[in-house]
Write a protein that binds this ligand. Structure first.
Ligand code: TMP
Length: 216
């Protein structure tokens, strides 16, 4: 059995990741690929408990380094209980956020030193990384406006200042520049359909799936 493929979607608030995860899943399933879609923080029952601690409650609840540690605690559980078993079965896994979010949010956004995050990553999950990542890029103000329309109690990160959101956007672009083979930047101000088409094109090209097309 060939191992499955691991795809992640990244971006700031309100970039449309969740919609694109669902659309890509539909396109892949239409050509007979088994797909598991999941999210971070979360994805396993233990990691969902950690999510609750991170995305709700007062801003000052955690210092940024504690926050980074909690994201890796959740991620380790998610990998061991859901992602790796699915890939071992030969399924594809599409994840709404992964480690790049910790580098962008806790590192570039909240100021945790990059070297500290790298050590934490190595200790927690070793070299485990997506095969391909899409960063949906959108101006912070536009994304926050979109996110404000739909988020209820899970708004702890949106409440952080605009400077933090601008830094993390730049952070994602820097992360992409340093790893162009794995990471593709997509302009998230385009229509849902045209974003989906670009993603299908990249996946078809990189994983040799000529029949992949975006479905409405
Ligand atoms: P979501 O809104 O995309 O579901 O993500 C929940 C929040 O968690 C989002 O505001 C970004 C934040 N986050 C981090 O700060 N670091 C991380 O490593 C991850 C995975 C998410």
């Amino acid at each position: 059995m060939v191992d499955g493929i691991f795809i992640s979607f990244e971006g700031g608030e309100g970039a449309g990741k969740t919609t694109q995860v669902k659309l890509l899943k539909k396109s892949l399933m239409a050509i007979g690929i088994n797909v598991v879609d999941t999210r971070e923080p979360g994805g396993s029952s233990e990691a969902e408990m950690v999510r609750e601690l991170l995305v709700s409650g007062p801003l000052e609840r955690w210092d940024p380094f504690s926050e980074a540690m909690l994201h890796f605690v959740a991620r380790r559980s998610h990998i061991n209980t859901l992602i790796k078993p699915a890939l071992d079965r030969g399924d594809w896994v599409i994840c709404d956020r992964f480690s790049d979010s910790t580098i962008a949010y806790q590192g570039f956004g909240q100021g945790v030193a990059h070297e500290k995050l790298e050590i934490l990553r190595e200790l927690s999950i070793e070299k485990f990384a997506p095969d391909m990542t899409f960063i949906l890029d959108i101006p912070a103000e536009t994304g926050l406006k979109r996110a404000a329309l739909r988020k209820g109690a899970e708004s702890r990160y949106e409440k952080m200042d605009i400077g933090m959101h601008q830094r993390l956007r730049e952070g994602f672009l820097t992360i992409a520049k340093n790893d162009p083979k794995r990471i593709k930047i997509i302009d998230a101000t385009q229509t849902i359909q045209s974003i989906a088409e670009k993603i299908c094109k990249e996946i078809s090209f990189n994983f040799n799936l000529p029949k992949l097309s975006s479905l409405p």
